[in-house]
Design a protein around this ligand. Structure first.
Ligand SMILES: NC(=O)c1ccc[n+]([C@@H]2O[C@H](COP(=O)([O-])OP(=O)(O)OC[C@H]3O[C@@H](n4cnc5c(N)ncnc54)[C@H](OP(=O)(O)O)[C@@H]3O)[C@@H](O)[C@H]2O)c1
Length: 289
C-alpha cells in the first residue's frame, strides 16, 4: 500500500506537463488511482486531454503567459523536458514563475553528463538545480514504448524490420510506467529532494537480442538492420537532427547500457523486463490493422 502523500497540508495538487505523453499519461493514471491528489493534466492542446479525474490544463512552452495560471496553488510539477534548443532557458523561466515552495521533478535522460557541463541536457538540469525549488531529476534509459509509438519504431517493427544504429552496444530499455512510478514517489513523498536517479530496466540488451524478443512477441521475424547515424537521422533537420545524432553517438558509446536498481530502490518493486512489456503490449505493438 502506498503511504499518504507528504506534500503540504490538504489534498496535494500536481501539474503534469506533457500529460498525453509516454510518461505523463501513466503518471496521471497512477496519481488518479491514489484518490488523494488533484491532478492537473498539462497540454498545449488541453481540449484533447480526456482522462477521468484529470483536470485539463493549458500548458505550452510557446505560451509563457499561461504558466502562472497553470502553476498557481500547485504543490509539485512534473516537467517533461521539451526537446528543443531553448529548453534550458524555458525551464529556468518557468521555474522563475512557479511558487518556490513547489517541488519539481524533471524528466532528463540517462548519462546526461556525457555531454559535458555546458551541454544541452546538463544545462536543462542546472536550470532546475539552481531554481531554489526542491527538485528531483530522473535520468531514464530509452523507453520500451519506442516499439509501440508510431513516431518511433512501431510501424517498422510491424513490417518486420528494426533499423537501428547501435554499433554493437546494448541498451537497458525501461518501461515508461516504471519512470512514472518513480516520479509519483518523488512528487509526493519525502526523501527524494536533491536526488538524481538514473533509471533503467532490469537488463541491458544488445540489438540482436532485442530483435529476437520483438520477433518472439510479434510471432514473426523482426530483422535488425544496423545502420549508420546519418541513416538513422535522415529526414530530420536543425536541432532535432543534432540531438538525434548525439543520442545515437551516445548509444554507440554505451551511455544507455548501464543497469541500475533505482526503480526498485524507489518503488519497492523491480523494473519490468522487455519480455514482460511486450507480452502485455500484445497486438498493439504490431501496427493496428
Ligand atoms: N523516448 C525515449 O526513449 C526517451 C528516453 C530518455 C529520455 N527521453 C526524454 O523524455 C522526454 C519526452 O520524450 P518523448 O519522446 O517520450 O515524448 P512524449 O512525452 O511522449 O511526448 C512529448 C509531450 O510534449 C508535449 N508537447 C508538445 N508540444 C508542446 C508544447 N509546445 N508545450 C508543451 N508541451 C508540448 C506533448 O503533449 P501535447 O501535444 O498534449 O502538448 C507530449 O505529451 C524528452 O525530453 C526526451 O528527450 C526520452
Amino acid at each position: 500500500m502506498k503511504s499518504p502523500s507528504s506534500v503540504g497540508a490538504g489534498t496535494p495538487r500536481v501539474l503534469i506537463t506533457g500529460v498525453r505523453g509516454k510518461t505523463g499519461s501513466p503518471l496521471a493514471r497512477l496519481l488518479v488511482e491514489r484518490n488523494d491528489v488533484d491532478v492537473l493534466g498539462g497540454s498545449s492542446n488541453p481540449d484533447s486531454v480526456a482522462m477521468d479525474s484529470v483536470q485539463p490544463t493549458a500548458f505550452s512552452w510557446d505560451a509563457p503567459s499561461g504558466w502562472k495560471a497553470a502553476t498557481e496553488g500547485v504543490d509539485a510539477v512534473y516537467i517533461v523536458r521539451p526537446d528543443r534548443a531553448d529548453a534550458p532557458d524555458l525551464i529556468g523561466a518557468l521555474l522563475d514563475e512557479t511558487p518556490v515552495r513547489t517541488r519539481i521533478v524533471l524528466l532528463s535522460e540517462q548519462d546526461a553528463d556525457y555531454m559535458g557541463v555546458d551541454g544541452w541536457a546538463p544545462r536543462a538540469e542546472r536550470a532546475v538545480r539552481d531554481s531554489g525549488h526542491a527538485w528531483t531529476i530522473l535520468r531514464p534509459s530509452w523507453f520500451m514504448q519506442v516499439f509501440t509509438d508510431p513516431r518511433f519504431y512501431r510501424d517498422q517493427v510491424a513490417d518486420g524490420k528494426l533499423p537501428f544504429s547501435s554499433g554493437g552496444a546494448s541498451l537497458a530499455w525501461i518501461d515508461a510506467w516504471d519512470i512514472a512510478a518513480v516520479a509519483e514517489r518523488a512528487l509526493l513523498d519525502e526523501g527524494h529532494a536533491g536526488q538524481v536517479y538514473e533509471l533503467t530496466g532490469p537488463e541491458s540488451l544488445a540489438l540482436p537480442r532485442t530483435a529476437e524478443l520483438l520477433s518472439a512477441a510479434a510471432g514473426r521475424t523482426v530483422a535488425l538492420h544496423e545502420i549508420t547515424i546519418d541513416e538513422a537521422v535522415a529526414g530530420t533537420t536543425g536541432f532535432e537532427r543534432e540531438l538525434f545524432a548525439l543520442t545515437f553517438e551516445r548509444v554507440r558509446a554505451g551511455s544507455f547500457a548501464e543497469v541500475t536498481d533505482s526503480v526498485e530502490r524507489v518503488t519497492g518493486r523491480p523494473a519490468r523486463s522487455l519480455r514482460a512489456f511486450l507480452a502485455d503490449a500484445g497486438p498493439p505493438f504490431v501496427r493496428a490493422a
